[in-house]
Design a protein around this ligand. Structure first.
Ligand code: PGA
Length: 215
């Protein structure tokens, strides 16, 4: 069985009380694999104190360092609480105007602080910084739509992305569910999945992890 990586991306969801309740229901261990929970900044302290069965990630990092940058959360601050950060998600590119240059600076800051980077792309033409640790392929039409991509098509794209970028771990993201996760995990080039909506519900997320582990 291959070692799998499952990333939960909570996006802009959950209050402290809701995260507390999720933690109360989430008891998981993947015998050969890693679960990474990428949570909003406001929940990272709580999750850091209480994490069990998962590693912690942030969903963004400042492209700038420490200093007079009002509202920014820098990589050194994050490193106290998390091991991972997502960079390049299509929702950030689209809604926050993040360009390749900004994303490159974010990866630079993250790596400099010792964070590991999950870098998202929505197609093969997007530039992947060479020191990303994980590349996540997320076709835009598949995100949050209930219409996941054909696993064989994703496998081919992820295989080419890994080959081209030399990033060793490739994930698929976009409407992954407990029912379809095995079909992605079974593909030879796909090392895991990035999960949005389903990760918000601990019961469904545990089912997804169980089905992925048994794929
Ligand atoms: P989804 O989101 O699982 O809700 O489609 C995936 C993502 O955007 O990371």
């Amino acid at each position: 069985m291959k070692s799998i990586v499952i990333v939960a991306n909570w996006k802009s969801n959950k209050t402290v009380a809701e995260a507390d309740s999720w933690l109360g229901s989430f008891k998981s261990q993947v015998p050969d694999g890693t679960i990474i929970l990428a949570a909003p900044f406001t929940l990272l302290h709580l999750l850091h104190e209480r994490k069990s069965g998962f590693e912690l990630g942030a969903q963004d990092v400042s492209p700038l360092g420490v200093g007079a940058y009002t509202g920014a959360i820098n990589a050194q601050q994050l490193k106290e609480l998390v091991d991972w950060v997502i960079v390049g998600h299509s929702e950030r590119r689209k809604n926050f105007g993040e360009t390749d240059d900004i994303l490159k600076q974010k990866v630079f800051q993250a790596k400099n602080a010792g964070l590991r980077v999950i870098f998202c792309v929505s197609d093969e033409t997007e530039t992947v910084p060479e020191d990303a640790d994980i590349v996540a392929y997320e076709p835009i039409g598949a995100i949050g739509s209930g219409q996941s991509e054909d696993p064989r098509a994703s496998n081919e794209i992820i295989a080419r992305l890994k080959e081209k970028t030399k990033v060793p771990i490739g994930l698929y993201g976009g409407s992954v569910t407990p029912d379809n996760v095995a079909s992605f995990i079974q593909q030879p080039a796909i090392d895991g999945v990035l999960v949005g909506g389903v990760s918000l519900d601990p019961t469904k997320f545990l089912q997804l992890i169980h089905n992925a582990s048994n794929a």
